[in-house]
Design a protein around this ligand. Structure first.
Ligand code: SF4
Length: 377
């Protein structure tokens, strides 16, 4: 049985205006207690999860690279000591270009992190400032160069499109600059305005406006075209890779596989149960010290909910879902449960059904949210 492990580092140099992740201002004193708590939480789960094999580990945030490399190594060592990692385990670390020195990259590569995901977002200084990113364009170039020289052979970049006032030409130029860096993987997300962010207030006051939906769709179509022309395959709604360089960690999420999330605000899905830790790092630390866990909510999914989630996640993958695997997993007839949902979607050519796999069609891809919602009703 496979298990993915997610490790959350909740500190950032500055809260970006659009960010609704569980991130908090840098706090070196608290961070050292936080790492101790994280190590303790990993130990707590090790005994009960011994039967699992771990093919992927992902350290995200926040900004993991804000921690000293020695602490990043200590955390990964603890994961290795307490869980059965596969020999070719994919071990990703997220990195912000503003926090990376060459020596840091060399040390974390040596510690065993073998995949790096760099939060580039944009190659334009004005856009980076608008997003309140703490890095500049120059630091992106330097970071990619340093990551390669530190022997990160699996390098991913995150980019954002549909920013206020962004033209299609500007977005195309970002894609081309990213391609010129020869990443193995690219994630491209359109900017969304989330509640409880600084951008939400600005948007309400009319101080920032996103491009019209039609323009966003045009940008998305262009993304697929430009990246496919450059040799990247789209394997998920927002993700592209060179052959064999898909993110195995995220594929496990989209397959609705089991995962353990460790750290403040981290979510887990184990034995049909979903549970989530407390968000605030100081309270997370307190709870771990007192009780070894910091779970704030837990729910067991009803079979129909679990099936709906499996479809919701799996349809994000371009190859979709195997009906045979689905039926085996849930011991139901797919046709019996979803026959009335898939018929109209097939007629409207929003999904395809080939070799007993159900997937979004090209047309369905552009309307993914509304198509996927039909399976959740
Ligand atoms: S660096 Fe990432 S996690 Fe941190 S505030 Fe910015 S978007 Fe959020």
């Amino acid at each position: 049985m496979n298990l993915a492990i997610y490790l959350h580092i909740p500190y950032c140099l500055h809260k970006c205006g659009y960010c609704d992740f569980n991130s908090h201002p840098e706090n070196a004193k608290e961070a050292s207690h936080y790492v101790d708590a994280l190590l303790k939480e990993l130990e707590f789960y090790s005994e009960t999860l011994k039967k699992y094999t771990v093919p992927t580990v992902f350290m995200g945030g926040g900004t993991p690279t804000i921690l000293p490399p020695a602490q990043l190594k200590e955390i990964l060592d603890k994961v290795r000591q307490n869980f059965n990692l596969t020999p070719d385990c994919e071990i990703t670390i997220e990195a912000n270009p503003a926090t990376i020195k060459l020596q840091t990259l060399q040390e974390i590569r040596e510690a065993g992190y073998n995949r790096i995901s760099i939060g580039v977002q944009s190659f334009d200084e004005k856009e980076l400032q608008l997003l309140e990113r703490v890095h500049n364009e120059e630091e992106i170039h330097t970071t990619v160069k340093r990551a390669r020289s530190a022997k990160f052979d699996n390098l991913s970049m995150d980019l954002m499109f549909a920013l206020p006032d962004q033209t299609l030409e500007k977005w195309q130029s970002h894609l081309k600059q990213a391609i010129a860096k020869n990443p193995d993987h690219l994630s491209t997300y359109n900017l969304t305005i989330e509640p409880a962010t600084a951008f939400f207030k600005l948007h309400e006051k009319g101080k920032i406006c996103l491009p019209h939906e039609d323009k966003q769709l045009e940008m998305y179509e262009t993304t697929i075209q430009v990246l496919e022309d450059a040799g990247y395959s789209q394997y998920e709604i927002s993700n592209f890779s060179k052959p064999g360089m898909e993110s195995q960690h995220n594929i496990n999420y989209w397959n609705n596989g089991e995962y353990l999330g460790v750290g403040a605000g981290a979510s887990s899905y184990l034995n049909g149960e979903r549970f989530k830790n407390i968000n605030l790092p100081s309270i997370y630390i307190r709870e771990i010290v007192a009780n070894e866990t910091a779970i704030e909510s837990k729910e067991r999914l009803e079979p129909l909910e679990a099936m709906g989630e499996t479809l919701m996640l799996g349809l994000r993958l371009l190859k979709g879902i195997s009906i045979d695997v689905f039926e085996k997993r849930f011991q139901v007839s797919f046709q019996k449960v979803y026959g009335n949902v898939i018929e109209p979607l097939l007629t409207q050519e929003l999904i395809t059904l080939n070799q007993n796999r159900i997937a979004l069609s090209r047309k369905g891809l552009f309307l993914a949210d509304s198509v996927i919602l039909k399976f959740m009703a």
